[in-house]
Design a protein around this ligand. Structure first.
Ligand SMILES: NC(=O)c1ccc[n+]([C@@H]2O[C@H](COP(=O)([O-])OP(=O)(O)OC[C@H]3O[C@@H](n4cnc5c(N)ncnc54)[C@H](O)[C@@H]3O)[C@@H](O)[C@H]2O)c1
Length: 266
C-alpha cells in the first residue's frame, strides 16, 4: 500500500508486530521514527528498515513518561518537520514477573494501564497538535481481540485493550473535524516475544508442564480459538496498518478491525 513520502512514528518498533509494521511502512515508502523503550533492540531493526532507503531515526521512548514522549515528538519535528501518521503499538502484559502470580497485582494493573492506555493516549495527545496544524493525520492503535472478548487469564490486559478500542472511537469523533483518521487493529494470536512469555507462564502451571513446550501451548490455543486454523503473523497486521496509514483509507475512521482468522465477528 503506497505511503510514499509520508512521515510517521511507530512505537514498540523494536520487536514483534511493531517491527513488522516498521518494515512494511518503509517498504511502501514511509520515513520513520522508530521508537521503543528498548533502544538496543531498535539498533537490530534499523538495518532491515534502512534497506528500503527511507530516512529512519531511532528514538528511545518510554510512553508512560511525559518528558520522554515530548522528547520523541521533538525528535520527529526536528527531523521531519511534519508528522503524517502515528502507529501506537507499544504494549505490555504485566510487570516482569507477572506470569508467576495466580492473580495480577497492583504493579501489573498499573503498568499495563500506564503503557497500554495512558501511554497510548499520552503519545496521541503529544502528536495531534502537529496534525491539527496541517488538517491531516492518520493514527492507528494496536488493540487486541482480548479487548472484545475479555480474558480469564489476564483481565488487566483485556480491559486495557477494550479501553484502546473505546478511546479510538472517542479520538476519531473528536478529531474528525481536523481530518485526522483514528482507527484500531485487533490482532488475534501471534507468536511474538509477548506470546512466548504468556505461553511459558501457562506451561509452567499446567499438569503436564514437563511434556509440553510453550510453542505447543500456543498451538493449542490457535487450534481451539481460530476458525481459519492458523496463527496470525506480524506481517498480517502490518498490511492492514499500512492500508490505514495510506490515503486509500481516507473514509474510514473510528473503526476497530480484527485480524484474527475469524475468531470474532464484530
Ligand atoms: N502477540 C499477540 O498475539 C498480540 C495480540 C493482540 C495484540 N497485541 C498487541 O500488539 C502490540 C505489540 O505486541 P507484540 O506481540 O509485538 O509484543 P512485543 O513484546 O514483541 O512488543 C512490544 C513492544 O513494546 C515495547 N514497549 C513496552 N513498554 C514500552 C514503553 N513503556 N515505552 C515504549 N515501548 C514499550 C517493547 O519494548 C516491545 O518492543 C502490543 O500492543 C500488544 O498488546 C499482540
Amino acid at each position: 500500500m503506497d505511503v510514499t513520502g509520508k512521515y510517521g512514528i511507530v512505537t514498540g518498533a523494536s520487536s514483534g508486530i511493531g517491527k513488522a509494521i516498521a518494515i512494511e511502512l518503509a517498504k511502501n515508502g514511509a520515513r520513520l521514527i522508530l521508537a521503543d523503550i528498548n533502544y538496543d533492540q531498535l539498533e537490530n531493526v534499523v538495518s532491515e528498515v534502512e534497506s528500503f532507503e527511507q530516512k529512519t531515526v531511532l528514538c528511545r521512548v518510554d510512553v508512560s513518561d511525559q518528558k520522554s514522549v515530548d522528547g520523541m515528538v521533538e525528535v520527529a519535528i526536528d527531523n521531519f518537520e511534519n508528522i503524517d501518521f502515528l502507529v501506537n503499538c507499544a504494549g505490555v502484559i504485566g510487570a516482569s514477573d507477572w506470569g508467576s502470580r495466580p492473580i495480577l497485582n497492583d504493579q501489573d494493573w498499573d503498568l499495563i494501564h500506564q503503557v497500554n492506555v495512558r501511554g497510548l493516549m499520552r503519545v496521541t495527545d503529544a502528536v495531534v497538535p502537529s496534525m491539527i496544524k496541517r488538517n491531516y493525520g492518520k493514527i492507528v492503535n494496536i488493540a487486541s481481540i482480548a479487548g472484545r472478548t475479555g480474558s480469564v487469564t489476564n483481565v488487566a490486559y483485556a480491559t486495557s485493550k477494550a479501553a484502546v478500542i473505546n478511546l479510538t472511537q472517542g479520538a476519531a469523533s473528536k478529531y474528525s473535524e481536523n481530518n485526522i483518521n483514528v482507527n484500531a487493529v485487533c490482532p488475534g494470536l501471534l507468536w511474538t516475544p509477548m506470546w512466548e512469555k504468556i505461553a511459558e507462564s501457562q506451561r509452567a502451571i499446567s499438569d503436564n508442564k514437563d511434556q509440553v513446550t510453550g510453542r505447543e501451548v500456543f498451538d493449542e490455543h490457535v487450534k481451539n480459538r481460530i476458525p481459519l486454523g492458523r496463527e496470525q503473523t506480524p506481517e498480517d497486521i502490518a498490511y492492514l496498518v499500512s492500508f490505514l496509514v495510506s490515503d486509500y483509507s481516507s473514509n474510514i475512521t473510528g473503526q476497530a478491525i480484527n485480524v484474527s482468522g475469524g475468531s470474532h465477528f464484530n
